[in-house]
Every structure is written in structure tokens, then in C-alpha cells.
Ligand binder design. Sequence first.
Ligand code: HEM
Length: 584
Amino acid sequence: MSDVQLRDVTTLDYTVVLSTLLLSILLYVFAQRRSSQYRGTPHPPGPTGIPVLGNLLQVNVLRPYPQFLAWAREYGPIFRVRMGFTQMVVLNTAEAADELLVNRGTIYSGRASPHVAMDLVSDGQRMVFLGYEHAWRVVRRALQGVIGPGPSRQLRRMQEFESRVLMHDLLLHGDQSVIEEHIQGPSGEVPERHWFAIIRRYTTGVVLNMTYGQRVNRLIGHPYLHRIYNVMGNFTKVSQPGNYMADGFSVLRWLPDFLAPWRIEARKMHVWEMDLWGRLLEECRATFKSGIALAGFVPTYLRARADAGLEDLPGGGVSSTAPAGPSDTSASGWMRDKLLAYTAGSMLEAGSDTTAATIETFIMFMLHNPDALKRAQLEVDEVVPVAQGRLPSWEDEERLPWVIACIKETLRRRPPTIMGVPHRADADDVYEGYFIPKGTTVIGNIWAIHMDASRYPDPLAFRPERWYTPGKPTRWASGPTSQDRDQYAFGWGRRFCQGSYMAEASLFIVLTRLLWGLDISCPPARLPDPNDEETTWTDGFIPVPKIFPAAFRVRSEAHAEVIRNVYADVQREWQVLGLAVDER
Ligand code: HEM
């Protein structure tokens, strides 16, 4: 019996694979010829690939940016590559990226979402990969009320409070991560006693508070902190373009389950993710139903939805009251539960590691540039002498131009989302005489732009002077339009990072305080080389620093006293706010 079944299966395999492959080649050829209007218009230049696979074998899919930078240098502002049947156009100058992703934003605000990561692992609900469509507008509008330029100022109180805890944690930490031996986990897991965990507690804590009104009050054994990073670490790998054949070869998506092991694996990942994002939502809903009023985006959203008569809204997507589609410019409707859970999860993902990595990278570059570090400390000392008995704060921002220049130079020199998040062309287009067909994945190559010597002379050098004018405040100069933009770490146009204001506020408050209160050092032989890609940075969509040792020594007993006092004060604030006090 098993023989017969086996033969049946083999025949089926053969037929399914061959016919789907044939069909997809026909579809592909048809798609290439579709735009008769543009026949004769050349495609952008690019490296020659091989049949079917295209350029897939020329790129390390988990670390594509060095090769993409090399191609940018060879082909110029725009080049084309093919990953399987996925056509990609890569924009390597600020001018090209601004023109397409900002000025032609009606065409280029879609997302090229990786099939396995978005459709299977995320069940189509991850905000960052939603197309330029109705559901995305609903989500973006809802978030704008919390993290937009005006509302995000309300979050500063919590950022200020949590940064006091961070200072206290680093004070206690001292040189622990230099003395002890720490080994990073295979998927980037950070040991709980390493100083990276202190930074992560802060960044995840402020976003968890913003989304769910909860705190991360422990470094060791917190139920969510490390799981959030595990989910993120996994996701940055599965979403890397080229990681799954089924992303590049849509034909493979038609294969039945028994021939598609990646699908089974991805569905398991979805269940694993929902065990975190879904559980957080369910806990929040239970609290809400029991009549306890929590602050935060999700509790507030659930309350508003219930007031609109939609207390329970199971499933994914939005409760559509308007037709979906690119012509629909409204944002009416409510997020259903799964979209809400994933949106909150997306915030935790988007806001945690990006900001933590920038803080860690800043420290790495400052340790390599002791003059810049010394100058930053002198500036902070002058503005906030320890005799004032307080930590630096928001009102000092304008008088700390060198510190902000150092932060901006960190974002330029090593942007965490190093090749941005891929956009998609939602219509045929022509740029500089080159044809870009509808459906093309369009990458704003942040790394190539930041390494453009005509824009940033000596681009590998860490030079805060690029941003610094003596006696003048340094402008953050972020924002979705290209006017006034001077670095591209937060992306472009309508998909511009919605959390940039929150991110900049965190970078400012944490790093200014750190410079004020603590001397940082690292044994020279153990200081990572930022140019050594493999040793220093993790793989994946957001390559972040691998752990490295650093010692934090308080600058004087007077500084220590201020840190201890503000920490004790904030414990009282937590109690007044009904939030968990810190456990150490
Ligand atoms: C240093 C820290 C951060 C960096 C470098 C960064 C960078 C980026 C980039 C490059 C994008 C894609 C932009 C594009 O498609 O052109 C993005 C999207 C996004 N970021 Fe950030 N981000 C940071 C922190 C944050 C924070 C703190 C939050 C919120 C808590 C956040 C929320 C988002 C959201 C919601 C999107 C998706 C926007 C959309 O698809 O419409 N980010 N970010």
C-alpha cells in the first residue's frame, strides 16, 4: 500500500512542481512584456544574474548591504537586481530616493512585504509591512495620536523617569560586564547581567508603557523583556529579502503543505508570536473588562472601541466601513483584535532594538573617539554642573549642540535599519529614462547614501563636526519631507518612521545623562572594530552590535548622590501612578 501511495505522491510532486514552474515563467514573461507603453525604455543597469535565480547567489542574504554598496559604487544612483522572480530597484543617492519615495509618494508608498514573514508568520497583520492601503491608514492614524510630533511630547515624562532607572542600573553595574564572561545566544540573545540588557530594559520599557501602560521593572526574569527580543531577532531573519525561496518564487506558494516545509515552520512561528502579542492583548482586555483603567495606546483604544459598541472584534484587518484600495483615502474603521495585537507588537519591535542599538553604537564610536567623548562631557558639565544637583533635562537641549551632533553622526555612520524598509512601486513609472515596472521592490539604500563621499566627505570617519556650528543649536532635522533632511536613518515620505520623535527624545535624554554622570571605558583589545562586519554586527534586517564589554564608573560621589536621589524619587512616582516599582 505504501508503495502505491508513494508513487502517487511522486507523480503529484512532479506534475505540481513542473506545471507551477511553467505557469510562473509564463506569467513572469507576460509581466515583463505587459507594459507596451514602455517597450524600448531601458531598465536601470545592474549586475548580470543567472536564469531563474537572478542575482540571488551573488548576495549573502543575511548581510546584503556590503554587496549592495559595492554595486552602488559600480552602477551609480540607481541599479536593478533580481532575487528569483522579485525585481528590485535600489536607490543609492539622496536625490534619487527623495524624488521617488517622497515626491512620487503616491506611487512608492507600498510595501514589498516578504511572503513568508508577512503572509504566513504575521498572518498579514504586521504594520510595518502593510501595503499602502486602507488598513495601513487606519493603523497609522491611530498611532499618530500617540507618537506623532505633538502627542509624543506627552511620552517624555515616562522617558525622563525611565532614564533615571537606567542611570541607577549602570551605576550598580559598574564593570560587571568587563569582569564577567558573557556569551551572546545563537539568535542574538543578550545575557541578563550584561550592560546591553540595561539599555534594552529602558527602550522596551518606554514602548511597553506607551502601548500597554505597563513597566519593565526587572532586568532578571521579566516575563516579556527577553521574549520580545527573541521574536524580533527571529523576525529580522525571516524577513530578510532572499531568505526564503518562496519569497522570490511566488510559484512555490501553490505547493501543498507536504511539499512546503517552510509554510509549516512559518505557521508555527505565527503561533509562537501570538503567544506573546496575543497574550499581551488578552491580559489588557481582561484588565479593561474588570474595570481597571490602564493608560497606554491599547487600553485607550479598547475603551474607545467599546464606547463605539465594538467591545469584541475578533479576527484580523479592520472593521471596514469604507472600501479598501489605493483610491480610498479615508481611515475609517476599527482595528480588529489581531491587527491591534500586531500593531502594539510592531511598536515594541520598531521602537526597542533600533533605539537600543543606536545607544550601544554611540558608546562604541565614542570609545573609538576619545576626543569627541571628552568634548561632549565638557559641554554637558558646563550646562549642568554637578553643583546644580540635577540630571540634564529637555530644557538643556538647545545648549548641547555637540552632544546632538554626536548622536546624529552615530545615526549616519551606522544606521540600524541599514537598508531601510523596502517600499514597492504600485504603478509603472520612469525615472531618469529608466523603466520601473509596477510591483518592483524599491529600496532606499540608506547605507549607500550615508557612505556617499560627495555628501559626507570621508564617510567612514566619525565626525560630529559635520553637524556642528559653534554657538548654534544642532537641529535634529528629521521629518518625512526631504526639505532640510540631512540624514536618512528614519526612511522616507509617507512611510517615514512614525516613532522618530520618540526615538530622538530617548537618544537625547539617555545619552546626555550618561555623559553627565558616568565615565565609560572598554579594554582596548576588546573594543569591537565597527568596520569588521562579521565580528561586530549581527545578521538580519536590522544588524545591531554584538555584545561588547564596557565599564561605567561614576564621575564623582556628588554625581552618585544625585543619581541615587532621583532613583529614590521615581520609586515614589511609580507608586503614585499605580505602576510596578523597580526590583533589583
Ligand atoms: C533610532 C531609532 C529608530 C530608527 C533608526 C527607525 C527607523 C525606521 C525606518 C528606516 C523605518 C522605515 C521607513 C520607510 O519605510 O521609509 C521605520 C518605520 C517605522 N518606525 Fe521606526 N525607527 C526607530 C525608532 C522607532 C520608534 C521608537 C518607534 C515607535 C515606538 C518607531 C516606529 C516605526 C513605525 C510605526 C514604522 C512604520 C511606518 C510605516 O510603515 O508606515 N520607530 N523606522
